[in-house]
Each structure stands twice: as structure tokens, then as C-alpha cells.
Design a protein around this ligand. Structure first.
Ligand SMILES: C[S@@+](CC[C@H](N)C(=O)[O-])C[C@H]1O[C@@H](n2cnc3c(N)ncnc32)[C@H](O)[C@@H]1O
Ligand code: SF4
Ligand code: SF4
Length: 450
């Protein structure tokens, strides 16, 4: 998409949003004549539907807006180039974008809407990665949710929110370890859900591809953490690299797939291989690559020699920026952490929002209802699908993520970047001490521009 086309799309979306706004206003104002057409519950539903459409369009237009802006930064607004000319002008521009995003964030916190639901179907795993944030292993935990329990909750979510409005991301552990996974997904797709998965890719064969096809799987993210030797020692599974390469070849023939993404968790052991991985993926025909840093959660805390320091993070960000400029592949940093004015937007198309409990929810492998599966602190669990209605929990609890956000603390409140960062990602928060475990301002120092 070129700049002109993106601008055109934004204009179209904004026109549509304005039309919807004025229609909603008219209906609200002209209650009497409107009631002749729509009365009681019907009218309420109609107005609600318009509001939903409105916020959907607003979200899409925000996304395209962000995309267009970040594209502009790569071309004539390039940070490095402009910095030499007029740093203050670039900072002002970015701040304005981030102010808009902060307003959107504020709106979303007040009007949470479930749109991404993670299903952590198991904590079992056929790998034992050094960095595993969920500390997964081979044993079957006794309290794993059953297919029937999950189906019942999916039906409830469909009845209340409409399956087509909530995207399901199946994760784990290794989701393909669950033998009844496709039974669950067949049911979900029958209700109208769209779905994708994150996987280590080791179990994907012709039979699994056929099951993906039957259940209309639309997106997949496969983890690859290095070239053969590094990947296999990091994941502690000999032979896993070749299995992933084979899986990629098989997935290319899957017609239902809209997104085939590779995820690499950059760490001290693979940082020097990023360029080689890039070439390998290009040769394999991959067009989407997510490069993110290892976070201090789960097993990564036991192997803290793998965490990236300031030098490592700067190297990773600059690598992402360089590859985005080349434009041969969509290379993105993930959604975590507020990165400061220098690296926000230029390493990913969207600015930072931690969507935990705002538009992201999860059902964990024991039925616990929480936010994204990386947030594993038991005090934050909001309910359990075995004893609670998911909808009731989503609608009436989640206070800690919304009204009384626990990431408000003395240090962050004083911070100049609080408006944009809000105490950073929930999954790296230190709940015992009430402070962020990962603050990019502390780590990046002068590279974190405020
Ligand atoms: C928890 S795994 C579950 C799916 C699957 N087993 C896999 O490895 O892709 C989902 C993603 O989280 C990443 N991940 C695990 N621990 C992490 C950590 N400490 N920091 C950042 N990402 C992590 C994995 O590398 C993987 O890409
Ligand atoms: S990161 Fe994924 S593959 Fe590795 S141990 Fe955790 S769940 Fe298993
Ligand atoms: S102190 Fe760090 S974590 Fe807190 S708001 Fe500022 S940048 Fe974010």
C-alpha cells in the first residue's frame, strides 16, 4: 500500500465514522419521530449497534492512521535524518500521535470490549525452553479444563458478544499436545468464531494441516529462536529446527491461512544471528516476522543471563528499524512495553497500549479467567469458568485492570511518560512490591527519549 492509498483509506474511514456519528446523534436527538420506526428494545439495540460500529471504525482508522504515520517516519520523516535537523519538531509530532493514542486508551479503559480471547488450552509442552514465561513441562496438570467446559463458555460468549466479534488465539503450553483441540475448535467455528494459534511448530504434519483446513484456521505464529544449533539448544529439543522448516513448507499450501508469522524472542544467545535468521526467512518466503525481547517472567528469571541489557535492546530495535525500512518483509516488535519517543511507532505500526482486561482476556489451562496468559500472578485471577459466568466476570470484575489500575504507583505517577506508558505491561509487573519489573526508561536511559 503506498502513502496515497493509505491516506485515501483513512479519509474513507473518517467519512464513515462521521456519517455514523451524525446518524447516532440524530437518533438520540429526534427520539419522537425515531420511535415511530424503532421502539423500546429495538431502538436500544439499534443505537448500541451503531455505537459498536462507530468504535470499530474508530479503531480501524486509528490503526491505519498509525500505520501511515509510521510509514511517513521511514521516508521523509525519518528519525535519524530529522534528528540532525530539528529534534524538537519530531518529538512534537510523535507526542501528538501518542496523545491521540492515550485518548483512545482512556476511552477503551472506560468502555472495555472483549475482542481478543486467549485460550490457554494446556500447560503441557514437548519442549522445555530456557525462557518459557509459563514454565511449561511434560506433565498433565490435574486440573486442566475439559473440552466440554470450554465449549460451554464459548457458547456463553457467543450468545452475549457474538462469536464474530471475538478472535480466539489458542496457546499453551503447546496447544497441539491436546488431542481434543480440533474438536473444541470445530465447535467454536460452528458458532462463528475466527481463530489462530501460537505454536512451537514441532507437531505440524500433513494430518494437522488437514485439521487446520477443516476448522478454517486463519492465522498462525510459529516460534523460531535462532539458527539450527541455537534454536535447538535454547528449546532443548534436538531436531526441532528441521520440523519447523517442514511445517512452514506445509503451511504454504493451507488456503484458509491469512497470516503465517514467525516469532523470534531475541535474547543474549541469538542476538548475533538476527541477520541470518532474516535471510533464512526471506528464502523460505516468509513475509511476517515478529521480533521481541525476552521478558523476565517464568523460567527466564532462572536463566537471567539471556535477558537483553541496554546495548542488546538498542541493537534489536535498530535491527527492526533497518529491516522495516528495507520493506522486504513486515518486521514488527511485539505489543509489549512503552519504548520512549525514539523507538515508539518506528519499531511497530501501533503505539503502546497494554490491552490486558480492556480488549484482551484469557481462559487459562485450569479454567481461570484472567488477561493475557503471560500475566500469571494468582492475585490477578478474576474468576474461573468452572464456577463463574465468563460474561459476568468480564462485565463486572476486572477492576484492577480498569478503574483502579494497579500499575499506578508513586514512581510511575511522577514520570513524564506516564500518560503514554501507564506503568508498562501488566505481564512484567512486580505485584509483590507494586513496581514495574521492566521499565524501559530505567534500562534504555538516554536512548529513552521523553
Ligand atoms: C508461551 S508460548 C506458547 C506457544 C508455543 N508453545 C510456542 O512456544 O510458540 C507463546 C510465545 O511466547 C514466547 N515466550 C515464552 N516465554 C517468553 C518470555 N519469557 N519472554 C518473551 N516471550 C516469551 C514464546 O517464545 C512463544 O513465541
Ligand atoms: S515457550 Fe512454548 S515451546 Fe517453549 S516451553 Fe514454553 S510453551 Fe513450550
Ligand atoms: S517510570 Fe517507567 S514504567 Fe513507570 S510510567 Fe515511567 S517509563 Fe513507564
Amino acid at each position: 500500500m503506498n502513502e496515497e492509498e493509505i491516506k485515501h483509506d483513512i479519509k474513507e474511514f473518517n467519512n464513515l465514522r462521521e456519517q455514523l456519528n451524525s446518524l447516532t446523534e440524530e437518533i438520540e436527538k429526534d427520539g419522537k419521530s425515531d420511535q415511530q420506526l424503532l421502539t423500546g428494545e429495538n431502538r436500544k439495540e439499534f443505537v448500541e449497534a451503531l455505537e459498536t460500529a462507530n468504535s470499530f471504525v474508530s479503531g480501524i482508522s486509528g490503526y491505519f492512521d498509525g500505520l501511515a504515520k509510521s510509514q511517513l517516519y521511514y521516508s521523509d520523516h525519518d528519525w535519524e535524518h530529522r534528528r540532525k535537523k530539528d529534534t524538537q519538531a519530531v518529538i512534537r509530532e510523535k507526542k501528538k500521535d501518542l496523545d491521540d493514542l492515550a485518548d483512545q486508551n482512556e476511552y477503551l479503559i472506560k468502555h472495555p470490549r472483549l475482542s481478543n480471547l486467549f485460550l490457554e488450552v494446556t500447560l503441557r509442552c514437548n519442549a522445555k525452553c530456557e525462557h518459557c514465561g509459563s514454565s511449561c513441562g511434560y506433565d498433565i496438570p490435574k486440573d486442566e479444563i475439559t473440552a466440554e467446559e470450554l465449549k460451554k463458555t464459548l457458547l456463553e460468549i457467543h450468545n452475549y458478544y457474538g462469536a464474530q466479534n471475538v478472535f480466539l488465539t489458542v496457546t499453551g503450553g503447546e496447544p497441539l499436545m491436546r488431542k481434543d483441540l480440533f474438536d473444541i475448535m470445530k465447535y467454536a467455528v460452528g458458532l462463528g468464531f475466527h481463530w489462530g494459534m501460537t505454536t512451537n511448530g514441532m507437531l505440524i504434519d500433513e494430518e494437522i494441516i488437514e485439521k487446520y483446513r477443516e476448522t478454517n484456521m486463519e492465522s498462525i505464529s510459529i516460534s523460531l529462536d535462532g539458527l539450527k544449533e541455537t534454536h535447538e539448544s535454547f528449546r532443548r529439543v534436538p531436531g526441532s529446527f528441521d520440523k519447523i522448516m517442514h511445517a512452514i513448507d506445509l503451511l504454504k499450501g493451507l488456503e484458509t491461512l491469512r497470516s503465517l508469522q514467525i516469532t523470534t524472542v531475541a535474547n543474549q544467545k541469538n542476538l548475533g544471528e538476527l541477520e541470518d535468521i532474516y535471510q533464512l526467512l526471506l528464502d523460505k518466503g516468509i513475509r511476517e516476522w515478529r521480533v521481541m525481547c525476552v521478558d523476565p517472567i517464568g523460567r527466564a528469571c532462572l536463566n537471567d543471563g539471556i535477558l537483553l541489557d541496554k546495548k542488546g535492546l538498542v541493537k534489536m530495535f535498530n535491527f527492526i528499524i533497518e529491516k522495516r525500512k528495507e520493506g522486504r518483509m513486515v518486521v514488527d516488535n511485539d505489543c509489549s512495553h512503552y519504548l520512549g519517543l525514539k523507538y515508539e511507532q518506528i519499531t511497530r505500526p501501533h503505539g503502546f497500549i497494554c490491552g490486558a482486561g480492556i480488549f484482551i482476556g484469557s481462559i487459562l489451562s485450569n479454567g481461570d479467567i484472567c488477561v493475557c496468559p503471560n500475566v500469571r500472578y494468582k492475585e490477578l485471577v478474576q474468576g474461573n469458568i468452572r464456577t463463574d459466568s465468563f460474561v459476568d466476570v468480564w462485565e463486572n470484575r476486572f477492576e484492577k485492570f480498569r478503574k483502579k489500575r494497579i500499575t499506578t504507583n508513586a514512581k510511575c505517577k511522577k514520570c513524564k511518560s506516564y500518560k503514554y506508558c501507564r506503568g508498562d505491561s501488566f505481564h512484567t509487573w512486580n505485584y509483590e512490591d507494586g513496581v514495574p519489573n521492566m521499565c524501559m526508561k530505567d534500562i534504555l536511559q538516554e536512548e529513552f527519549v521523553e
